[in-house]
Write a protein that binds this ligand. Structure first.
Ligand code: DAH
Length: 372
């Protein structure tokens, strides 16, 4: 290591760059032999020693005669040099084979690529559905996955022991038998309980979508999973008709699957809507002429919907009257509404041509990378 204070021919930028390049090289050369703790300490004292350290001596010498405008560029370069020295010192002596210390940054090595993450395809699909309704003026509501019997079933017009409950068997939270049946907790089987929660909290008009996770006692196969996702919708106002429901869902299906898609409504049953319907869309794979995917019918069933049953308004009113005995916001004589619920996995499978629902949960990067 040399101890002489280098000469600075001038203070213009090229001269500074050249002088500091020489110093940086000096640091690099010195760092190559730091294989012991002792050598490392000597290196530190040589460069950073507080009184006689080379950095201090050089900076004193150069700064003293520097014109004022050169102080900042000088200061910046001294800081960089100091950082370089500190980096050399941060690496443990034993772990610093001479070769890597000499090399510094090897620009021929492949870079450390940090790949950006993406939303999971199911979340992305859920957002897409929600976005379609946001554009129609709907807002979003969320509710708990651990739900009470009241919200999940009773208020939605599934009385205790009603056979419609059989289709929505689910996990019950343990140790609940001493509680009244309406308070017993379970994993929610659908997002519909959030309809009730919303109406109890808010007077009409209501236009909301409810995305979320739901749980059922279903054996896993290519199209079923005991945990899956739904997007629910609820619209309550005066003079809402079945035509509004049809128009809204027809628009939503065209927005999701393309404007060529047709919809049709089939009579169905849900305890909380009357009348109820299943919505089918024309097969997006064959355009309606019939193929394996639509079981040669030309139609694919996609969601449930209907007009809000007056019994639901009555259950909501009974709850609201516990707070305000005069509440009449959901008087079934005046209020009308529609609701719908759709499975996110099914939509994602159709949009992306995925034939096994299990891919979504496997965490297999080869599958997930297709969506990057
Ligand atoms: N909750 C129903 C289910 O999970 C789906 C559904 C059907 C939701 C009709 C609705 C509706 O809001 O009106 O099977």
């Amino acid at each position: 290591m040399t101890d002489a204070i280098p000469q600075l021919p001038s203070y213009d930028e090229p001269a500074l760059d050249a002088a500091f390049a020489t110093l940086a090289e000096e640091v690099r050369a010195g760092s190559s032999s730091l294989t012991t703790v002792e050598a490392q300490e000597n290196f530190r004292l040589h460069w950073l020693g507080r009184k006689q350290g080379r950095l201090k001596l050089i900076s004193d010498a150069w700064l003293k005669s520097a014109p004022p405008e050169a102080r900042k560029p000088l200061g910046m370069r001294f800081n960089q040099l100091k950082q370089q020295i500190e980096q050399v010192l941060e690496a443990p002596a034993a772990a610093k084979p001479a070769a890597t210390a000499v090399q510094g940054i090897d620009i021929t090595l492949p870079g450390a690529v940090r790949r950006p993450g993406i939303a999971h395809p199911l979340l992305e699909t859920m957002h897409e559905v929600v976005r379609v309704f946001h554009q129609l003026g709907y807002s979003t509501n969320l509710g708990p996955q651990v739900e009470s019997d009241f919200y999940n079933f009773e208020a939605l017009n599934f009385p205790p022991n009603h056979p419609a409950r059989d289709t929505q068997d689910t996990l019950q939270i343990a140790g609940q038998h001493t509680r009244p049946s309406r308070d017993r907790l379970l994993m929610r089987t659908h997002t519909s309980p959030v309809q009730i929660r919303t109406m109890i909290a808010q007077a009409p008009p209501i236009r909301i979508v409810i995305p979320g996770k739901v749980h059922r006692n279903d054996a896993a196969d290519a199209t079923h999973s005991p945990i899956f996702h739904q997007v629910e919708g609820l619209c309550v106002d005066t003079n809402i008709t079945f035509s509004d429901l049809k128009g809204t869902l027809d628009h939503a299906m065209k927005a999701l699957f393309g404007s060529a898609v047709k919809t049709r409504f089939f009579p169905s049953f849900f305890p909380f809507t009357e009348p109820s319907a299943d919505v089918q869309i024309s097969c997006i794979f064959c355009g309606g002429s019939g193929c394996r995917k639509c079981k040669h019918s030309g139609w694919i069933e996609l969601l449930g919907c209907g007009m809000v049953d007056p019994a639901v308004f009555a259950a909501v009113t009974a709850e609201r009257r516990k707070i305000n005995p005069d509440d009449d916001a959901y008087n079934p004589e005046k209020m009308t509404g529609f609701a719908f619920g759709m499975g996110v996995e099914r939509i994602a499978m159709m949009l992306h041509g995925v034939s096994d629902i299990g891919h979504f949960y496997s965490g297999d990067m080869r599958f997930l990378e297709r969506f990057a």
